[in-house]
Design a protein around this ligand. Structure first.
Ligand SMILES: [Zn+2]
Length: 263
């Protein structure tokens, strides 16, 4: 994949969209997930089959069967080596139902429902819910943010904290940056050590969410640890990841690391 051209687009930047990690753990093999992601696969199944009702079939599919290429797929894999397809993909989003910054947070309906679920479980077990402070960001918004970072800090540094336009998971409408409703350590790595952050790290997968940029995985994800950045991929995928011990989508889908934008 090439990066040169994206440079032209380098413009804005703020969005923390990557989040990062720190020690590379070389051994995740991404080979074979076992569960099926009904949402993503339904569309791809040949409709020639005489199946009457569109019942989502729970049969397991190999990782290769998940659609990680189409921007609208719940399992679309977006990182520094894999831009959204199309790059200006525009999802249909709804206002976030759980606690969120005033009137500015939007996600795809599937992600909203999963957030409500996660919030309920978190409140029941922890007495604290989840608060969203960043969510869907359009290609244009990302461009503005990224360009702003570049202007302020230079491209090299901007690339460590902000995704280039077309490369941000926030553009999928399936990513959110969160903090506990108590507000401690908002947008700070110390969130990972709060009760809310620890609960999320341990339980988010049960509701289809992945802490996308885990600690120690910068070399794989391209971003330092961001305990606050969650990506919705569906419970089938997160359950399979859990079973395999895969901590990043790159490892699970077997696409290889995405440490940078490539040459
Ligand atoms: Zn984020």
């Amino acid at each position: 994949m090439r990066t040169g051209m994206l440079a032209a687009a380098i413009t804005t930047g703020l969005v923390l969209s990557g989040c990062s990690a720190s020690e590379p753990s070389p051994s995740q093999s991404a080979a074979q997930p076992a569960a099926a992601e009904p949402t993503a696969t339904a569309a791809q199944r040949p409709s020639a089959t005489p199946t009457p009702t569109p019942t989502p079939t729970p049969e397991p599919l190999p990782a290769e069967q998940w659609d990680i290429d189409t921007g609208s797929s719940i399992t679309a894999l977006v990182n520094k080596r894999r831009p959204l397809q199309p790059q200006d993909y525009l999802p249909e989003v709804v206002p976030v139902t759980v606690s969120a910054d005033a009137g500015e947070e939007f996600v795809r309906p599937e992600a909203d429902a999963a957030l409500v679920e996660l919030d309920a479980a978190m409140r029941a077990e922890l007495g604290e819910g989840v608060h969203v402070f960043s969510s869907y960001r359009s290609f244009q918004r990302q461009t503005t943010l990224y360009n702003g970072y570049v202007a302020q800090h230079g491209q090299a540094r901007a690339d460590t904290t902000s995704a280039r336009p077309g490369h941000s998971e926030h553009q999928t409408g399936l990513a959110v940056d969160v903090v506990g409703t108590g507000g401690a350590c908002r947008l700070d790595a110390c969130f990972g050590d709060t009760a809310a952050g620890r609960w999320i790290a341990e339980h988010a997968w049960e509701h289809g969410w992945v802490v996308r940029y885990p600690r120690g995985e910068d070399a794989v994800t391209g971003y330092a640890w961001e305990p606050w950045h969650l990506r919705y991929v569906g419970a089938d995928v997160t359950a399979a990841m859990q079973e395999e011990g895969a901590t990043t989508l790159e490892a699970f889908f077997g696409t290889g690391a995405a440490p940078d934008y490539g040459g």
